[in-house]
Design a protein around this ligand. Sequence first.
Ligand SMILES: [Zn+2]
Length: 261
Amino acid sequence: MSDSPRQLPMLRVSAWESVPQLVHGFCGRRGGNSGAAFAEFNLSFAVGDDPDAVRQNWRCLGQTVGGLRFMGMRQRHSDTCVRVDGDGAPPEADALITAVPGLALCILTADCVPLLLVAPDRRVVAAVHAGWRGTLLGIARQAVHAVRHHFGVPPAALHAALGPSIGACCYQVDREIAADIERRWGAMPEAVTQDGSKRRLDLRLINRALLVGVGVPPAQIVSVGPCTRCAGDAYFSYRAACASDPTGRTGRQLSFIGWNR
Ligand SMILES: [Zn+2]
């Protein structure tokens, strides 16, 4: 165990690599200092992991990425989107937006969808946490509306990336949840499928449809990384953890986006 700099496995959107000053990444669970259910790269202080190990993981991230202040949020499965400028404590929210250089907006997940948004020419970014509750509430749309409201950026100027999260292959839910989503957002035969008396949700497809529905061009929306439960060796997955431990104790992986100074 050490907090010396090391190679952290991290996925990026290849098309975004050429955007000047843009910094982003989707971390997994490998490469950190946490043990047991939280092995290895847990970045959440709220799941029961040893705080010293979590602090070491944050230091390790800071050494790898460098020069950024990380701003998270107290995620509540809500549709609350907050503009941040780097001052104050992390807000209660499920989406953050900023145009402040040097600030990286963070999402912590273990199956929920981490969604990153960027308006490259306007230098605005957003980070969104979308599980089924946030998806039902339309958190992705709220973030698009907030970017327009606060910065005058039209949805057509936004690029979006949906990160590693549970896939339809592994995401069975009660049919009432699927019915609520279809009542709110319309039928989505590819994203909501029948499985006996249950339903399967493709949260990334649903959120993609919500983004397209408010004017984000389909060609500017990408999906990055595998199903977190299928790839449970590389990603924290709440559902995978529940299969061996009813309390579902596991870590949270970080996704982040911001502008270098
Ligand atoms: Zn799967």
